[in-house]
Design a protein around this ligand. Sequence first.
Ligand SMILES: *Cc1c(COP(=O)(O)O)cnc(C)c1O
Length: 431
Amino acid sequence: MQYFSTNRQSPSVNFAEATLAGQAPDKGLYFPQSIPSIPTNILQNLASIPSIELAVTVLQPYVKDCIPQPILEEMVAATIDFGFPLIPITDKIASFELFHGPTLAFKDVGARFMSRCLGYFNRGNERLTTVLVATSGDTGGAVANGFDGVEGVEVIILYPSGKVSPVQELQLTTCGNNITALEVSGNFDDCQAMVKQAFLDVDLAKAYQLTSANSINVARWLPQQLYYFFALQQWQHAEPPIVSVPCGNFGNICAGLLAQKAGLPIELFLAACNANDVIPRFMQTGKYDPITAIATISNAMDVGNPSNFIRILEMFAGDKAALSQALESDSVSDTDTISTIKKVYFDDGYILDPHGAVAYQVLDNYLTAHANKKGFFLATAHPVKFPEVVEQAIGVPLPIPEKIQPLFSKQKTSIAMAPSFGVFKEWMLRF
Ligand SMILES: *Cc1c(COP(=O)(O)O)cnc(C)c1O
């Protein structure tokens, strides 16, 4: 499979090259030259196919000239060694829980797969690959965990001091090994600006082989398709589902659209946003007006200029009518997000995190207007990662899942960093 840049000003590359580069040199995003269809016999027997086999079938066409099948099988098996349960909440709405991975966030799958790809592509290479990533909380933990101990790869994570939850901070700062956490005395936008500038810096490009670990990277983006296949394996109704996805950078939903193009029966995607409503407004007006990100309680979705939307436009070749057939979008305020967490807890005994709550609400609104439909939403993070908001809404403390209890006896190690590219660059050149 070749990948072309959405800006069409740089040459097509293979999967390994696209993974190592992250973004294309012309600042476009890499996109696969074709979207492979899933064989009909697989789609017809979806429920009975073991998840690793299914995952290899889906991913193989995307990587096959760069990763031999047995290696791909190993990578996939190591990536998805936990469950993805679809839990009914009402007779019409189910929660697709993507938070059973090591850091309790859906980003685990992408980060774990990408780290294994980088490790594999970098084998025998004397030069380290350095992954640079800015996080508002969730990405950093998944990346730290996914890359922990991967040979030939160094990871530097920038996070805003005091603005991530205690669990998130421990996940970021306790790996040691090849993971370095920089605690920036600023906000997420500062961290992101520092990382973006680093990728453009000539001196750093000489000193480091830099790559990103956000959903711009094909190796993190493409495996997210698997979720949708795993959900459909468990979907019990005859009619295809309405699928509501909590969106930030639009990587996850864009992967879902790929799965649908590959043949997976999904009736409609709902792109659920918080106050950062650039795409809901685009779908209404046809105008794409990026904004400066607004801080909300679903902070992993606080994105004012979603990178992956360009890939969605690419997929529909600018055909607005076809896009509207496949995707609708709506936004939910913080006040309504809190009411939803309360309502679903007191009515149905289910605890939502703020991101899942946004997606729940958008789905519920849609199903209220379309009485005979059913669907599921993606629960992208465990509620315990956002304890303040959730505990206040439901009025009871959240138990800490056993999986993350060992974190609390670990020692935080971070390096304080001013929110200045100059200071950061100097540190990098000495590192
Ligand atoms: C990253 C993240 C999202 C948004 O996913 P995108 O692929 O960026 O749209 C939603 N929820 C949680 C919990 C996240 O960490």
